[in-house]
Each structure stands twice: as structure tokens, then as C-alpha cells.
Design a binder for this molecule. Structure first.
Ligand SMILES: [Zn+2]
Length: 436
């Protein structure tokens, strides 16, 4: 562990740099990042550009000599650098259960069924052991912010996992900011009274630095516009942000996303509203889908796409090769200025056999799935931009790589902008201005 005052010659992603940042024949100036305590003080262009001949020897080496000088300077010789990673949508209560579940039939609703059976035997020790492993993996990957949804299927009992994960969040707070969202079926918001009781329970479990959000599972199988209205009204009453599972299906009739955009606008809802999945949007007639996205842009929603799980769960029929992808309209959303995040979602549970709590693993699948160009310079923002999930009108947060943001950075020793997100191991991880 070595304390740092500065990182020099870092190749930062274009999304993080101002329009005035120097370029020379298309090559981008490398950055010097100066720390003050455990925060970023300022970032300035260095005199070297990404293709400067001076860098050649270092970038050709298999292991660049990342040694820290006596002045606490780490020269990364043009290596790609990102801020600490955000995993915007996970389920660490369910994780690592697949090994003990005998049979899971394909598709989302079958996975929910299998999970309900397993959940009946959860104990505090079991949840703690599995969720702790998830956080250890996330930490090793360079994650600094992780949002987890916790299953909440009873109207009047706060689930055990909700408490266990709150304890874990407090234990991990110096290295990973863990935030919780209650994953509640829309049917439990049918009555106004129970909607308020649920929002109250979520609100009461909030700690000053651990704001939990209210969530819901919204799907054509449980669609109820009145219940959705109750959910929003209850969130407003108890000043909760929302993080919802929306239209995780390929049914073009799904109405969750457009209804949410309309409600946010009508109510002038002040909290942050995050919508995960929204797979059905890509199945609607193109003009209709784009019109919905225009409403989404106006209402200030954040979208989260979950490539690995939705490739596995959507269009899942035994003995037939899937034809559809399950990714929402990410390019069209980004073109409208809608924040788009990418997360791990389920890891080694009935919903998804794969995963490791490394957002770059989600990206390595999401990049070809969405045919996303400029993965480093444009799309890496989707695994870094914590403000898109945390900032609200009342409590703005610094953007990643801004002055005042935590000095949490990842140096990719082997990766390059052409092949990214391939070759993102090994990583040098800097936390609180200390090279681990
Ligand atoms: Zn999910």
C-alpha cells in the first residue's frame, strides 16, 4: 500500500473530459490527476498525448513498471484509467444459491418460483455468508458503489435480508457504498394503506448515509396502474427515491416505462427514479418506442440495462436457440441525454448462472450485445457514473472524476481503447489516494 499525491499520464475516458481538453490529430492528451487528502483536487492535461513515442517502451511491456516515486507520484505511462466502479443493480440477497437448487426451468417467472422455494430456508448466517462473498468479489474488481435489491414479498414483515444487508453496508462503508432498494411486487401496492405502510417501513430503516429506496416489480403479469400510482404517492409522502424493475419481458404491450414517465411528470416527483431492465421497449414499434424515450428524457429517469441476465432469461425456450436479446434501447436513450447504467444483476442464482460482481464483465457482454462503439470513451460511463443513481434535486453528488470526488481509481495495465473492455486484468486499484 502506497500513499499517492498524483497520478501522471493517465488516459481518461472522453466522457469525463471537458470539450476544451487538448487533442492533436485525433489523439487525446494524457491527464495528471492531483489528490488532496483522499479526494481529487484537480485534473490537468499533461504535455504527452496518447500516441506519443515516449510512451512506446512502457506500453509494449507486459507489466508496465508502476512504481511509486519518492514524491508519491504514480506514472502510468498512458494506461487507461477509470474512477472506482459502480454496480448499479445487483441482488446480493439471492446470490450464490444456484448450486443448491436442483431444477430451474427457463425464463424469469420460473426463476422467481425457484427463488421463492429457496428463500424459505434463508437464515441470517446464510445471507451474510453469501452477500459477504459478493462484496469481496466487488471490492476486488474495484467497485466503490453497489446498489442491491432485496426481495420483499410480505406486506407487513420486513425481510431478514433487509436487516442483514444494512449491517453489511455499515461494515463495508469505508470501501464500498452499499445502497438497498426494496424489491416489492406491484400487487402489494394495490391498497393505499399497504403502500404507505411499505414506504414507511423502508423510510424508517434509513440511516443518514445509507438512504434506501423503494422498489417494485412491474410486469404485464401484475400490471395495475392504480397500484403504481399508490407506489409513487407513498414514495413522495416518505421522501423516498425509487429503483424499479420495469417491463423485464419481451411483450410489446408492457406499459410500465411510459406510465412511470407520465407519473413522474404529472406529479413533479422530486426523488431520483431509476428503471432497470425495460427490455420490452425494444419490442415496441420503433416510432412508439422512441416516443416513449422522449417522455423518459423529459421526466429525468435513469435506465439500467442488465445484459448478462437478460440474455439468459429473455426469449428462453428449451431446445431452441434464442433469437432476441433483451436489451433496452440504450443507444437511443443515450442520444436523448438519458443516463444509461449497466449492472451485474443476478449472480449465480436461479435467474443467472454467471457473474462475478465485476461491472466490466457485464460490459464485456453488453458491448457486443448492443453493438456499442467506443466502449471506453463513451460507454464506460455506464459503470462509473454514481451521480446518475444517487444525485437528487435536494442532494446533488459530485460526478465521477470531478473535483471533490473520492480519489478512487483503477489503472488497467494491459487494456487499450480499441479492444476495451477486453484485457482489463490485471488492474492497479487506488482507493482513497492509496495504491493497494
Ligand atoms: Zn434485478
Amino acid at each position: 500500500m502506497k500513499a499517492l499525491q498524483k497520478i501522471t499520464h493517465a488516459r481518461l475516458p472522453l466522457w469525463s473530459l471537458p470539450a476544451s481538453w487538448p487533442k492533436q490529430n485525433g489523439a487525446i492528451a494524457l491527464a495528471n490527476i492531483v489528490f488532496l487528502g483522499n479526494k481529487i483536487d484537480h485534473i490537468t492535461p499533461s504535455t504527452l498525448f496518447e500516441n506519443s513515442p515516449e510512451l512506446k517502451t512502457a506500453t509494449l511491456a507486459l507489466e508496465p513498471p508502476f512504481s511509486v516515486s519518492a514524491e508519491h507520484v504514480l506514472d502510468v505511462h498512458g494506461a487507461l484509467v477509470l474512477p472506482g466502479l459502480l454496480d448499479a443493480h445487483t441482488h446480493i440477497d439471492k446470490t450464490l444459491t444456484l448450486g443448491r437448487i436442483k431444477e430451474v426451468k427457463p425464463g424469469l417467472l420460473n426463476a422467481i418460483q425457484a427463488m421463492m422455494v429457496d428463500r424459505a430456508s434463508w437464515s441470517e448466517e446464510d445471507i451474510r455468508a453469501r452477500a459477504s462473498k459478493a462484496l469481496q468479489w466487488a471490492h476486488a474488481a474495484g467497485v466503490t458503489h453497489l446498489r442491491t435489491h432485496c426481495d420483499w414479498w410480505e406486506p407487513s414483515t420486513t425481510p431478514l435480508a433487509w436487516h442483514v444487508i444494512k449491517d453489511l453496508a455499515l461494515e463495508w462503508q469505508s470501501s464500498i457504498k452499499v445502497s438497498r432498494s426494496a424489491l416489492i411486487p406491484l400487487t402489494l401496492f394495490k391498497e393505499e394503506e399497504s403502500a404507505n405502510a411499505l414506504a414507511k417501513a423502508v423510510s424508517q430503516s434509513n440511516a443518514p448515509k445509507h438512504r434506501a429506496s423503494l422498489g417494485g416489480f412491474i410486469h404485464t403479469s401484475n400490471w395495475d396502474p392504480q397500484a403504481l400510482k399508490h407506489l409513487f404517492e407513498a414514495a413522495e409522502r416518505f421522501e423516498l427515491d425509487l429503483d424499479l424493475h420495469v417491463d423485464e419481458e419481451l411483450n410489446p404491450q408492457a406499459q410500465g416505462l411510459q406510465s412511470i414517465a407520465q407519473l413522474v411528470t404529472q406529479m413533479q416527483f422530486k426523488g431520483r427514479v431509476v428503471c432497470g431492465h425495460t427490455c420490452a421497449l425494444a419490442q415496441k414499434p420503433e416510432a412508439e418506442g422512441l416516443c416513449i424515450l422522449d417522455q423518459v428524457a423529459l421526466s429525468g429517469l435513469t435506465l439500467v440495462t442488465l445484459p448478462v441476465t437478460n440474455l439468459l432469461l429473455q426469449d428462453a425456450t428449451p431446445e431452441r436457440t434464442p433469437k432476441l436479446r433483451g436489451m433496452t434501447l440504450v443507444k437511443e436513450a443515450r442520444a436523448r441525454g438519458i443516463p444509461v447504467l449497466m449492472g451485474s444483476d443476478n449472480v449465480q442464482d436461479p435467474f443467472c448462472s454467471m457473474g462475478s460482481y465485476d461491472p466490466l464483465e457485464a460490459m464485456i457482454i453488453g458491448t457486443p450485445m448492443g453493438q456499442l462503439g467506443q466502449a471506453f470513451d463513451v460507454w464506460s460511463e455506464s459503470i462509473c457514473q454514481t451521480a446518475w443513481i444517487e444525485s437528487t434535486l435536494d442532494a446533488p453528488q459530485p460526478q465521477a472524476l470531478e473535483q471533490g470526488a473520492k480519489a478512487n481509481l483503477i489503472v488497467f495495465k494491459q487494456a487499450n481503447t480499441i479492444g476495451f473492455p477486453s484485457q482489463t486484468h490485471p488492474r492497479a486499484i487506488v482507493r482513497d489516494a492509496v495504491l493497494l
